[in-house]
Write a protein that binds this ligand. Sequence first.
Ligand SMILES: [Zn+2]
Length: 253
Amino acid sequence: MKSIPFFDDRHPVRTVFTNIADCQSHPNWQSIETRNALLREYLNASIGQIVYACQTHSSSVLVVTDKNVGDLGRLEEDQILEVGGFDAMVTALPKTMLCIHTADCLPLFLYDPQKNVAAIAHCGWRGICGRIASNAIGVMAERFGSDPTQILAAFGPGICEECYEVGSELKDAFAERFSTDEVESFFRPKRDGKFLLDLRKAAMRDLLRSGIRPENVHDEEICTYESKDYPSCRRVGYRIDPRMQMFSGIALT
Ligand SMILES: [Zn+2]
């Protein structure tokens, strides 16, 4: 497990992302109770609820409050929120970890040090195309009064622009939501009619458009496809069980 020092070293917030060695470190890693215990142990901080998104490659954002966590079930215990259709979560609740899983898609961590609000987003191509990053920032601004120029952002490990080969249908999808110049900068043509898609660049464009300052964006610069330390659906050639994917979490302390 690793944290993002860009956040943790300077602010009352804790971040974590896991790797393949973590999955192999405990025979019961797939059990949510075991995994949560290991996450808490690593963070060495008081973390209560750990909330997992039930991801659907949407671009919708859930605000996690005492009330909705309670309504969905057991406030005192860990659970996977089973309300489908969102891939980003925002909270101002302390000691509540928001968690997503990925295996090539890009995890995006967000933190507003002024209002003390945290968010996390699962950024696959569909989510980025649907502007999940600016959707999350919009929710932070509307619900909690966050000023986008003060929000910090960080990309965790995800597939890089050299490794993510896609078909032209993805370019067509982005063309409906981004300008021609932007789309041309995200997609690099290959000889065989395929393209290389730069997920980070597309997500970055969405962040900047919503008012985030470039100097407030950090990138771990890890490619999940190239690094053998991280799960990659593309590298193994099949969809990895979500419980064995990479978990990324953020919590206010
Ligand atoms: Zn790569």
